[in-house]
Design a protein around this ligand. Structure first.
Ligand code: SF4
Ligand code: SF4
Length: 151
């Protein structure tokens, strides 16, 4: 804002300084009465709300009988840009039809290498994997971050 004849004068400079001081104090005062968003973690662990869409860890849901939806197609492994997923398969033969098919043997996921991009979940044609929002996953040994997701 210009102050006309007061610009660049001694009094003008004082007025400019007072104005900017009041502007700053106004911001401080407004923030003082604004609802605080700082989390008192971990004291608030029991009441803390984590957004459902927060990506913390990949998991493979299982039904009550312990079955998952994975068809061992390997698309998630291919979609992963940094080799976080490692799948091993085995071949089973149907006794009645005599046909063989590939099934999932082990599904390994390295949480320590995951960058939570969700490309694996998007690539899965069966909705067999998803992200949980369970975020407290710190460990002292990185090997413990490599998990077998299928039962
Ligand atoms: S979220 Fe990304 S980095 Fe993590 S396992 Fe899936 S594709 Fe790989
Ligand atoms: S989790 Fe999905 S994409 Fe990955 S192997 Fe199983 S079915 Fe295929």
């Amino acid at each position: 804002m210009t102050m006309g004849f007061l610009d660049n004068t001694y009094i003008g400079n004082i007025l400019t300084a007072v104005k900017s001081l009041l502007t700053g104090l106004g911001v401080t005062l407004r923030e003082f009465f604004t609802r605080k968003v700082t989390e008192r973690y971990p004291e608030n662990r029991k009441t803390q709300h984590i957004s459902e869409r927060h990506r913390a860890m990949l998991r493979m849901p299982h039904d009550e009988e312990g079955n998952n939806k994975c068809i061992a197609c390997g698309l998630c492994q291919q979609a992963c840009p940094n080799g976080t997923i490692s799948i091993t398969t085995r071949t089973v033969t149907d006794e009645e039809s005599g046909k063989s098919k590939k099934v999932l043997a082990e599904y390994h996921y390295d949480l320590g290498a995951c960058m939570f991009c969700q490309l694996c979940v998007n690539a899965c044609p069966k909705g067999a994997i998803e992200f949980t929002n369970e975020f407290e996953n710190a460990v002292f040994d990185r090997k413990k971050l490599i998990m077998k997701l299928n039962r």
